[in-house]
Write a protein that binds this ligand. Sequence first.
Ligand code: NAD
Length: 500
Amino acid sequence: MNQSEKPTALIMIFGATGDLANRKLFPSLYRLYQKGKLDRFAVVGVARRSITNEQFQQNVRDSILSADSNDTNIDDFISRFVYHSHDVTDSNSYATLNQISDELDQRYQLDGNRIFYLAMAPEFFGTIAEHLKMDGLTNVAGFKRLVIEKPFGRSLESAQKLNEQIRTAFAENEIYRIDHYLGKEMVQNIEVIRFANAMFEPLWNNRYISNIQITSSETLGVEERGRYYETSGALRDMVQNHMLQMVALLAMEPPIRLTTEEIRSEKVRALRSLRQISGEEINQYFVRGQYGEGNLNGEELVAYRNEDMVDPKSNTETFVAGKLMIDNFRWAGVPFYIRTGKRMLTKQTKIVVQFKDIPMNLYYQTEQELQPNLLVIHIQPEEGITLHLNAKKSGQSLAAKPVKLSYANRGIDGINTPEAYEKLLYDCMRGDATNFTHWDEVALSWSFVDNISRVWENTPEVSFPNYESNTMGPKAAHDLLERDGFHWWPVTMLDVETCK
Ligand code: NAD
């Protein structure tokens, strides 16, 4: 489909009374509608609760108004929403859903195009996909696409099982596995920074880069998601998907073309080059943490083990740091350090590419040691790029001082930066699967992560909790880099505020 073409589809949202639908999906669809990017469309909201169409439409209105103050034309938008109270295991319920869909298809001339968005607990994914086929909902004249939220399984084995179930109803190219990081402006920008700049691509290898650091930290704890988090932990919740996807984008070879297939196949090759670690070795490469109590501006923060729905003796990690090695010609010897966790000092996602020191440091003897060059990609909440260089300090001396060149995306593009879900929904409607995860990527990431979780599950961490809330994680995460002669670049130094 041409970029300017407006997609046409019936969007069926399973879990339409849930948090994701209300906070992200409805406002994103509305923004697409406001921007004139949707042509003919209708939405069927599906969930367990028994509510009327009017109540559902009011929910959608509330969700849009709480996200955007600009509410022009909201009535027409909302009139296209219909609700169906649904039992995911009951064939009769799917038959009614099919009828509603056919009616909407005719009323809005949707060409038999259907998108099934599963914004529900993952245990239902397989059952729903099977029923969609069995009960005729996928038997359409137009396209059919399945959008599926994380988590996609909790191990390679369970992911394979789920994949087999959904593949009975959808072909691989009809499955859109969401990793919302791939919808983020600056994650998409990684490729542009790398492949559209003559000054980076020649340096993007083990001759010039000493290490790469990726941090994705949250200040919040598990909130009310304790039950889910206990079965997941930071490794499955963040590393298997978002962190490894960022590693793949940073490490992949330039694709020969910017097509979905070419980009994905380069990402898959990067993931295949990840050094597999297992058994005792895990402790040399990975660190786990769990938050204890802490204090934030006088407010007492509870330890993870005291959160709701969490086992008081829980062995679940709320923090992971790791050293990844990519064993190929480009990256041999360059560690990719990752860390992610809850209840950390700052909420941020940043990538720091640290370049090697120059061969002979003429300015080393002056007042201050030269800093290495850094390229910092600010993913969220700030969006931008900062280049850390050295320049001459003004005056008579030959001393150098660090300087920063910054590009702040928000500052220039302002509020126009689209939200990740808005972009991903639009991509799916247009049939562009580039920023969704292919099964091969899912399988490779699980097999990498499974080796670690197997060891951690069999050896409870006796030092838990091992980091105080409102800090940057356990000491061991710092030791991990120190052993290699590196350190995590301090958040304050990388802060966008200080680099204008
Ligand atoms: P939620 O608990 O808020 O909503 C669940 C929805 O599923 C509700 O609409 C509920 O009515 C419906 N439902 C539950 N059981 C049902 C049944 N038997 N039959 C029919 N409907 C049923 O969940 P959520 O936070 O919206 O998350 C949905 C999915 O999205 C999950 O897979 C989650 O991991 C994923 N996700 C959520 C977020 C987020 O920000 N909330 C972010 C990333 C991924």
